[in-house]
Design a protein around this ligand. Structure first.
Ligand code: NDP
Ligand code: MG
Length: 389
């Protein structure tokens, strides 16, 4: 661990795509950032390597079996190994880290994130599912503990950077690459397979979020994420398709001035901005050369990509509806990735589960959220039977 001037961090989801970017950034920022703990799920080999390389005090594996396997290996001296979610939550609670990078995928990020917030740590948030499923609770908990939520998702980082002290604004414009199936219609999408859905034109990311960018549910989730991060009404959040992924998002202020943040598609910048904020640290990025680079913008096709409309509607309904949306989507995406359902069935399952949900309430406890998540996962699995081949 470094001296008192360094920022101490924990990385949740250290072995994933955002986790690997964080690893690169932290190695570069070694003088300013010190790692207290790293958390992964299965990949004990990589978690251990990273822990040793970054001189972490501990590494946690939510999968106990993975942790136990690691403990039986003939290891060089290195970080302490923490096995299982409960022990990890205790470790987060007592950690001296001031900041926690939330880069786990899916709803699994909720409990570690909430634990970190309850203990006053700032959250550098990539894990949008946490905010979609439990946005109100996360915000209220942060308000009580004084934790700051700093976006790492590239669009929200762009908005965060544009906002600075420039308030008030009248509209947020989220850019969206359009994903691998931009320009296709529903008929074209009937037989697309997992490999095609995983071919993102601009970003290399984990499988779940890549499928979400193919259905455009990722942008739908990001609408809800923006609502919570910036406390902005849904009618002030718009989406524009921008296939080059160079303009990361825009903010239109009350006087009509519009600011955007630009850069190559690389998560290193949003990760480092979140770590250094409100300062900026150097990063050896390839300079942005716009010469000969066309930047184009078009409206989204919400007929083919209904996820945008469905997610916005779920967000506007609020309460537990976004929790249900998120859980149904996670189950459906995982069935698609295991080749049990067709691409278009993902949204059919999500819609059916949302239709079947009759138990919404606006003021929600953690218990309510965990129950709604469980209910929606079960319901999605039931509904999915008719779509399985
Ligand atoms: P990956 O699939 O690449 O990585 C996921 C990480 O979460 C891994 O470290 C994995 O551990 C861990 N993990 C998976 N399941 C669990 C679980 N049940 N409990 C605890 N940990 C778990 O995902 P990404 O890095 O692509 O995405 C992470 C989050 O960031 C997502 O919410 C995504 O939406 C968001 N995001 C990602 C971007 C990107 O560029 N990738 C951009 C913007 C947002 P292990 O590997 O050890 O099993
Ligand atoms: Mg994004």
């Amino acid at each position: 661990m470094g001296d008192d001037a360094t920022v101490k961090i924990i990385v949740l989801g250290a072995t994933g795509s955002v986790g690997e970017t964080t690893f690169r950034v932290v190695q570069h920022d070694a003088g300013q950032v010190a790692v207290d703990g790293l958390v992964a799920h299965n990949n004990f080999k990589r978690a251990w390597e990273m822990g040793v390389a970054l001189h972490a005090r501990w590494i946690g594996l939510t999968n106990r079996e993975a942790a136990l396997t690691l403990m039986t290996q003939n290891l060089e001296p290195g970080p302490r190994i923490v096995a299982g979610l409960e022990a990890i939550l205790e470790e987060i609670a007592v950690s001296p880290a001031q900041k926690v990078v939330g880069a786990m995928t899916g709803f699994a990020g909720l409990l570690p994130t909430l634990t970190a917030i309850r203990h006053g740590k700032d959250i550098l948030l990539a894990n949008k599912e946490t905010l979609v499923a439990a946005g109100d609770l996360v915000r209220e908990t942060a308000k009580v503990s004084g934790s700051q939520l700093i976006p790492v998702d590239s669009e929200h980082s762009a908005i965060f950077q544009c906002l600075g002290l420039n308030q008030p604004f009248r509209r947020i414009l989220l850019t969206c690459s359009g994903g691998p199936f931009r320009g296709r219609n529903r008929h074209d999408l009937q037989n697309v397979d997992v490999e095609e859905a995983l071919q993102h034109p601009n970003w290399a990311m984990g499988a779940k979020i890549t499928v979400d960018t193919a259905t455009l549910m990722n942008k739908g989730l990001e609408i809800i994420e923006a609502h919570h991060l910036f406390g902005v009404d849904y009618d002030k959040i718009d989406v524009v398709i921008h296939p080059q992924s160079v303009v990361h998002s825009l903010v239109e202020f009350v006087d009509g001035a519009t600011l955007a943040q630009l850069g190559w598609p690389d998560m290193a910048v949003p990760v480092q901005v979140a770590l250094s904020w409100p300062k900026r640290w150097p990063l050896p990025q390839r300079p942005l050369d716009l010469t000969g680079q066309a930047l184009t913008f078009e409206p989204p096709d919400t007929e083919t990509f209904e996820a945008l409309r469905i997610a916005r509607q779920a967000g506007m309904q609020g309460g537990l509806v976004p929790t249900v949306l998120n859980a149904a989507n996670e189950v459906a995406v995982s069935l698609f990735l295991s080749r049990r359902i067709a691409f278009l069935s993902i949204m059919e399952i999500v819609k059916e589960v949302l239709d079947d949900f009759k138990d919404n309430r606006m003021v929600t406890t953690l218990e309510d959220i965990l129950d709604a998540d469980q209910w929606a996962r079960h319901e999605a699995s039931q509904v999915a039977w008719q779509y399985q081949s």
